[in-house]
Ligand binder design. Sequence first.
Ligand SMILES: [Mg+2]
Length: 228
Amino acid sequence: MKKRIFTDFDGPIMDVSERYYQVYLYCLEKIRQPEQALITLSKSEFWESKRSQVPEKEIAKLSGFAGDRQAIAFAHLRRATVHTNPYFKCDRLIESAIPALEKAQSAGIDLAVMTMRRRCELEPVLDLYDLRRFFKGDRIFCLDDDYVKTVDTQDKPKLMQRAQATLPAVEQQWMIGDTEADIIAAQTYHVPAIAVLSGIRNQAQLEKYKPNQIFPNLLASVTAILHQ
Ligand SMILES: [Mg+2]
């Protein structure tokens, strides 16, 4: 019987840090009052705060918004903007992701992608980077375009539930992802969870959810799976 890897998309395959940073800069400009002095975080300061899960309202305050009213407005605008179309083009393919997928595929591992992206946010990128050669139609688990999101830690296990109910059984499987949602989705269905550091959480945050292993990126994860 085969082995299967489920991989998350944003974090293991795509680097979304520039999208998130550009949306941060946009929200600062939109929420600031004329003449209001702000402290714009550098990209590395901003991204490290995301990786350590500093709440949005706290990021707003670190950036110089004084009251709750502006901090809440900032957090709402950010949430409404970060998954919108002008900003998706800031995303970049993680360089070692393609070699990782090629390595897994040539070793005969069944590959599936499992992401909180909507279908309309995923498919153009699969085409752009020629990623459908790794993920056949029934190995793509994403949100329908009209799906009403709750929170990732509840929505992602539903994708894993569907995958476990519909895909052929395998001897061994793994879920590779960069957030607690991936780890929880895996653990809920007794799939070993591998966390990667190439995304939006740092080592300390990931350790709280007790993944089976933590690796720098998808390539290191695949390499470890092939050697075990
Ligand atoms: Mg992710």
